[in-house]
Design a protein around this ligand. Sequence first.
Ligand SMILES: [Zn+2]
Length: 257
Amino acid sequence: MLKKQEKGYWCIVKDRQLYLEDQQLPLKEPCEVGFDLENVVEVGRYQGFPVYWLEAPEGIDEAGFDSLRALLTIDGELFNLAGRAIQLSHMLHSQRFCPQCGSECQMVHAELAMACQGCHSHHYPRLSPCVIVAVRKQDKILLAQHPRHKTGMYTVVAGFVEAGETLEQCVAREVLEETGIGVTNIRYFGSQPWAFPSNLMMGFLADYQSGELNPDYAELSDAIWATKETLPDLAPPGTIAWALIEQTLVLMEGDEG
Ligand SMILES: [Zn+2]
């Protein structure tokens, strides 16, 4: 449990945002936090320090709270623990009623789950699996621009996994639907929890197989084949999208040599 003298990282969550000081998670002793600590949950440890999740008190001012995106430049391990706090907070607010019987649920701290007060069933944080894929065609990479990204940045294709679908089928379907391109040689790259609010991004590399670029403008505002000389503004470092693009550029260079 909480040791009063032990410094920890504090993920203080309000409306899926985190309380930050100098764009960092506060690293402090519990007595320095200044809030009621009754419902503190340790969500993990980072470099020997506990990492705590605490719901911000009702009515607290929004000043000082920022999106998890502000932490993209910190170490991925701590970023993911902050995301875990946000996902648990999202569970607390969005899973308040039992999907089986409609009774109220309360959080069980020991399990980090919601327990129904009526039928006693337990409900865990919802996760939405998504694929994200970098497609390569010789010295070009397929990049898409989404209307929801106000900065106009480009990124790789992504989408939610459908029921009954393998990850590889999802990769092929999303790329075809969004860009008209058929892919082959689909291989797993890595994953990233993405607490906006509850996605799990599963990254893949793939190669061009067939088709002409034909963006689905219901989903995208643009799609392009970019060479390393013609790269537009990209998804920021720290995202799996960035890592996939970087890896694809490395593969292109390897072939040139
Ligand atoms: Zn129930």
